[in-house]
Design a protein around this ligand. Structure first.
Ligand SMILES: NC(=O)C1=CN([C@@H]2O[C@H](COP(=O)(O)OP(=O)(O)OC[C@H]3O[C@@H](n4cnc5c(N)ncnc54)[C@H](O)[C@@H]3O)[C@@H](O)[C@H]2O)[C@H](O)CC1
Ligand SMILES: [K+]
Length: 637
């Protein structure tokens, strides 16, 4: 799934209209329909009473859909609310709403532990799935498969007909009469999308009222066309500031105020409508992006809509993945509006969401972790790790063990000689090599020994628990220029780089992967941590390209950027992984994957993805994400 900027989007929009000849209003129509379908799905979930608000959910989880296919294994209830088979479980053991397998297809019925039906079951396209029974065993609703034909359930008196006729299920709502949606309309194309959606909602029997933020006469182009169509259909409309708007009486709000064409803080009526929508307590669905979220950076202007669902149009906008904006977007659903993905590919497809599919196709990595039947420890590579010091020996141990769990054949851990007796036996699978000073710290003179140890090794990782020491910049330079294999550089080794003018060092034949957290990134880039966080994707892309490195910018939604100008944004993992040593584990995983022959982009991306998945699995085993410690991630790999 591609991730784009507002500028990319405008260009893709232009090409679709000019090169393919698809009228702009057709795109707006598709947008309106997609938004209406998602609102109807939301209404169905409410009717069904399915419990998607599991008692134990993770703040970072979100569903990202592409053409109805679910992000593998992710659920609305939370990334951790999953059974091993991909079903959606809450920690109490009850299944929640829709149950999907790892490939995104629906896999089963939804029952609570007492055998009672726990909620309606919808396929990825929003149509009903399999058998639906009430707690008393009585049939509770019609049973249709995703294609609209009757499924395998069926209660008393329901027979599979030999002949079926199905309607537009995605735009149909059984109990529409209970709904009344306010559609907040801005004067740009975002507003036009909202009006188009309102027409479909009305067709589904949902009461709608258009609330114009500006005089309807100020709308232009396709948005004006939508305004006129809505008026011709007799859709009720009010103008904010002139007419009364009753937020208390509505059942939901469609935010179509401001999209990718907006800038700065919301002005006048826009600001007031955003504040009123947020304060209403009603679910808000945002068209494309929550109004006054910066579509590129994820910065939020004040006030900014807090959406329950964001129906992102065509391609995922960068700002929806970057905090704080990601926290305003709710559940993000990306819907196609007829702009071919091939156009994004042609344009270089600047960034992608990190999914198994992207790993397989765009990165062409083998994510199976399959072993050759003829393989032996020499087949899977040898990692040299230079890490650990007296007060941080655990960092080295964590990285070394993670490399082994990532599947590499051998790991040699080089560490200060004084520590050796204490770590012998801590991980018997490791090989240990004394390469540091007697006092448990590193010294500049150890560079020669690390270089010697690196001979014949497939990858060298440096940094976890290393500490700083006199001459450390020259030490790192010697390794940078002398190691004839890929390198992973982390922690204090990044700080050494930050203090050096490493662009003047002899360029390396093999790739380098840097794995900074935001603070380390700030030092590397010579800016503040707040500036790093302002646009993580943009910064990672620029830094990786400029310095010819593969960059792993850690933090919520870790960004992997390549020297070739590609970026991948990861959404596995959870805030519980913000714990000492989790970064050391990531370094070990990436090194372990590199040793097995993955290239730098594959190892960094797959490593980050696996690290997050293992963190989710570990938290599930612990029954509480905050109880997670770094060693748990290794055990869950
Ligand atoms: N392929 C596509 O990209 C498609 C996108 N669609 C939708 O169109 C919007 C982008 O539309 P655009 O007209 O360019 O801009 P906006 O609707 O976001 O707003 C522009 C409008 O708002 C005024 N304005 C700007 N900033 C502010 C502010 N801070 N406060 C108040 N008012 C502001 C400005 O004067 C303009 O009048 C995209 O997000 C999609 O939703 C298409 O419908 C389908 C194709
Ligand atoms: K919006």
């Amino acid at each position: 799934m591609y991730i784009v900027t507002a500028q990319d989007m405008r260009e893709l929009d232009r090409q679709t209209i000019e090169r393919l000849g698809i009228p702009a209003v057709a795109l707006m129509e598709n947008a309106g329909r997609a938004i209406a379908e998602e609102i109807i799905k939301l209404c169905r979930r409410r009717f069904g009473g399915a419990d998607t608000s599991a008692a134990w959910t993770l703040g970072t989880s979100r569903t990202v859909q592409d053409g109805g296919a679910r992000q593998p294994g992710r659920t609305e209830a939370g990334a951790l609310d999953r059974s091993p088979d991909g079903g959606a479980y809450s920690p109490g053991g009850t299944r929640g709403d829709g149950v999907y397998g790892p490939d995104g297809t629906w896999v089963g019925r939804v029952y609570g532990p007492d055998g009672a039906w726990a909620g309606r079951v919808y396929g990825p396209d929003g149509t009903w799935g399999d058998g639906v029974y009430g707690p008393d065993g009585a049939w509770a609703g019609r049973v249709y498969g995703p294609d609209g034909t009757q499924g395998t359930g069926g209660g008393p008196g329901i027979k599979r007909p030999g002949f079926t006729v199905s309607g537009d299920a995605a735009l149909t709502l059984g109990r529409a009469g209970a709904e009344h949606w306010l559609v907040l309309v801005g004067k740009g194309n975002n507003g036009g999308d909202g009006i188009a959606a309102a027409r479909h909602l009305r067709e589904a029997g949902i009461a709608v009222t258009l609330v114009y933020a500006a005089a309807p006469e100020s709308l232009a182009g396709e948005a004006a066309l939508q305004r006129d169509a809505a008026a011709a259909m007799g859709l009720p409309a009010v103008v904010y500031g002139r007419d009364r708007v009753d937020f208390a009486a509505c059942s939901g709000i469609l935010d179509a105020l401001l999209g990718t064409g907006s800038a700065g803080a919301p002005r006048g009526a826009y600001a007031e409508l955003i504040a009123a929508a947020n304060g209403s307590g009603k679910p808000v669905v945002s068209a494309d992006i929550p109004s006054r979220l910066d579509a590129d950076t994820g910065q939020t202007h004040k006030p900014c809509i807090h959406a329950a669902v964001t129906v992102c149009l065509a391609f995922l906008k960068r700002g929806l993945l970057q905090y704080p904006g990601a926290g305003n977007a709710g559940q993000v659903v990306v819907r196609s509006i007829g702009i071919p993905a091939a156009l994004a590919r042609e344009g270089g497809g600047p960034a992608s969401l990190l999914t198994p599919e992207v790993l397989r196709t765009r990165l062409q990595g083998d994510v199976s972790r399959r072993r050759s039947p003829e393989g032996h420890k020499g087949t899977y590579g040898h990692v040299l790790l230079a890490a650990g010091s007296l007060s941080m020996s655990g960092a080295g141990l964590l990285a070394a063990r993670a490399a082994l769990r990532a599947g590499c054949g051998l790991v040699t851990w080089a560490l200060p000689s004084m520590l050796l007796p204490y770590v012998i036996g801590a991980a018997p699978e490791l090989m240990l090599a004394a390469a540091g000073g007697e006092n448990g710290t590193w010294s500049a003179g150890t560079a020669a020994e690390v270089l010697r140890l690196s001979t014949g090794r497939d990858v060298t990782a440096v940094g976890p628990g290393l500490g700083r020491f006199p001459g450390d910049q020259e030490w790192l330079r010697a390794l940078w220029e002398g190691i004839d294999a890929p390198m992973v550089i982390d922690a204090d080794a990044l700080n050494m780089l930050a203090d050096s003018d490493y662009s003047s060092w002899t360029s390396r034949r093999h790739p380098v992967i840097l794995t900074p957290h935001p603070g380390e990134m700030a030092r590397l880039a010579g800016i503040s941590t707040a500036e790093v966080q302002r646009d993580r994707i943009g910064l990672a892309l620029a830094y990786a390209r400029e310095h010819g490195v593969t960059l792993v910018l850690k933090g919520a939604h870790t960004v992997v950027a390549t020297p070739e100008g590609e970026a991948y944004v990861n959404i596995t993992g959870h805030p519980g992984m913000g714990t000492g040593g989790a970064g050391d584990v990531l370094t070990g995983i990436i090194a372990g994957l590199l040793a097995q022959g993955l290239n730098a982009a594959q190892a960094a991306a797959f490593g980050v993805y696996l690290h997050g998945l293992a963190g989710e699995r570990a938290a599930r085993q612990r029954h509480d994400p905050s109880a997670l410690i770094a060693g748990d991630i290794i055990e869950a790999l």
